[in-house]
Design a protein around this ligand. Structure first.
Ligand code: ADP
Ligand code: MG
Length: 260
């Protein structure tokens, strides 16, 4: 495949939109099924990028490929100026790409403090107790979890538990934070709070966010750009307004979402 410099050099995107991550010709097969097919996309520094599409479109597979949980059948992954193709999830997370899991990633029987500490220890392996505590407190403060630090995570409302998962993932101050359906099951107030948290994480921690999400209203509201997948292929890329008015996207996905 073509290995032009443009694929590895940060700043290769449109003017003022430095590229943080890029996949080229990314393909993943499961037996005879092509879950992700020849996908080319970029993630720009400090943007919130939405990844949407119908069930089975290949969103989770793409997410797993980018975070190193699946190896691509072919194609390449570039992250923060390096070719990370085939690297393990651990190597990729050390390079600054952290993900959450769709069904949460927290320890229910531990306190909120202890949960966020997991992320802080990962981020500061040689840090002192005091440094790690400062990281936990700063993260909790930013996400509005300060009042809950001593509570047992599993006893707290669903919306707070979701924020705890995001706090663990953002404690290392990742360059790219990948969130898999973080709004599922949240009520409208919790959705608004969580969207506010995404904005803060982006602005204060300088994170870039990749958001796989079914809540279209929220995606349209918070994302700078959106990538639409359909049958494992890229259907469209654009701003929320462009996507909302894209006939192909409306007929393949948005128009069929009644009762979703
Ligand atoms: P989405 O997240 O958009 O709903 P997925 O990426 O989960 O879609 O799935 C895309 C396609 O790949 C689906 O047809 C799904 O059944 C298939 N698939 C996903 N993961 C696996 C797997 N581990 N083994 C076999 N098939 C898979
Ligand atoms: Mg999925």
């Amino acid at each position: 495949m073509d290995k032009r410099n443009i694929e590895t050099s940060p700043g290769a995107g449109a003017a003022g939109h430095e590229v943080l991550a890029r996949v080229t010709n990314l393909t993943r097969r499961f037996g005879g099924l092509v879950a992700v097919s020849d996908l080319n996309m970029e993630i720009r520094r400090q943007e919130i990028l939405g990844l949407i599409g119908p069930n089975g479109a290949g969103k989770s597979t793409t997410f797993n490929l980018i975070s190193g949980f699946f190896k691509p059948s072919s194609g390449r992954l570039y992250f923060d100026g390096k070719d990370m193709t085939g690297k393990s999830a651990l190597e990729i997370s050390r390079a600054g790409l952290v993900r959450t899991f769709q069904h949460g990633s927290l320890m229910r029987s531990m306190s909120v403090y202890e949960n966020i500490l997991i992320g802080a220890i990962g981020a500061l392996p040689r840090g002192t107790k005091k440094e790690r505590a400062a990281r936990v407190e700063e993260t909790a403060e930013m996400l509005g979890l300060g009042p809950y630090l001593n509570e047992i995570a599993g006893t707290l409302p669903h919306g707070i538990q979701r924020l705890i998962s995001i706090a663990i993932a953002s404690a290392p101050r990742p360059k790219l934070l990948c969130l898999d359906e973080p709004l599922t099951g949240l009520n409208q107030t919790e959705v608004m709070t969580t969207l506010g948290v995404f904005e803060k994480i982006r602005q204060v921690f300088g994170c870039t966010i990749l958001l796989v999400e079914h809540n279209m209203k929220a995606v349209m509201q918070i994302c700078d750009r959106i990538v639409v997948l359909h049958h494992g292929q890229l259907l469209a890329t654009g701003t929320p307004d462009e996507i909302r008015h894209d006939d192909t996207v409306v007929s393949a996905y948005l128009g069929k979402r009644h009762g979703d």
